[in-house]
Design a binder for this molecule. Structure first.
Ligand SMILES: N[C@@H](CCC(=O)N[C@@H](CS)C(=O)NCC(=O)O)C(=O)O
Length: 209
């Protein structure tokens, strides 16, 4: 059974969603990032960048355990291992399409929306430069999604690990200073993904004390 090192943030939820979509059994290890659990030496062995999510698959390549950090790398691993939500090995064109949107999320939407969230919601000091810079960048990125979803149901045409990476970020669109009514294709896609049973299961994954 896969061990999931988890806290229910946008990056964490990608993996709760993926494990639910792949219908894989998994055990949750709660890493309370507000409590410093991510700096515990035992967790740093799995995730040297002290960030969730991470997994340990006891049945890794060659039958030996593998630990993986970085949500994009974990999604690719699951897609390759279980041959689903990615692309067949010979279908380079489809695989590159999925990878482009996965990497776009990892290098673009995630970091920029994270900064927008920080300056708009978390920062004790209101810094207009930071708020404006990252809100504007989010508006640009939501526009990129809007264009890609024109005439397409999902980012790579069919539902894939790229959608699983992007969706948990779009959940917080208001915190990015965005209104989905301004992005009707994104709204349609968001509603379609929201209706998936795996999303409901992912949202129910909360720590019981
Ligand atoms: N690029 C990483 C980012 C992971 C990340 O930023 N995780 C945050 C929660 S969303 C975290 O663990 N933060 C703890 C910390 O900064 O100490 C990934 O996608 O896995």
């Amino acid at each position: 059974m896969i061990d999931l090192y988890y806290w229910p943030t946008s990056n964490g939820k990608k993996l709760a969603l993926a494990l639910e979509e792949f219908e894989l059994p998994y055990k949750v290890h709660w890493i309370d990032i507000n409590n410093g659990d991510q700096f515990e030496p035992s967790f740093l062995k799995i995730s040297p960048n002290n960030r969730i999510p991470a997994i340990v698959d006891p049945d890794g390549p060659g039958g030996a355990p593998i630990s993986i950090f970085e949500s994009g790398a974990i999604l690719q691993y699951l897609g390759l291992k279980y041959k689903n939500f990615y692309a067949a090995a010979h279908d380079t064109r489809q695989r590159v399409l999925v990878d482009q949107w996965l990497f776009w999320q990892m290098g673009g939407l995630g970091p920029m929306a994270g900064q927008a969230h920080h300056f708009r919601v978390f920062a004790d000091e209101k810094v207009p430069y930071g708020i404006e810079r990252y809100t504007k960048e989010c508006t640009r990125l939501y526009g990129v999604m809007e264009r890609q979803l024109e005439g397409r149901d999902y980012f790579a045409n069919t539902y894939s690990i790229a959608d699983m990476a992007i969706y948990p970020w779009v959940i917080s669109y208001e915190r990015h200073g965005q209104n989905l009514d301004d992005f009707p294709n994104v709204k349609r896609w968001f509603e379609a993904v929201s209706a998936r049973p795996a999303v409901e299961r992912m949202q129910k994954l909360v720590k019981q004390d």
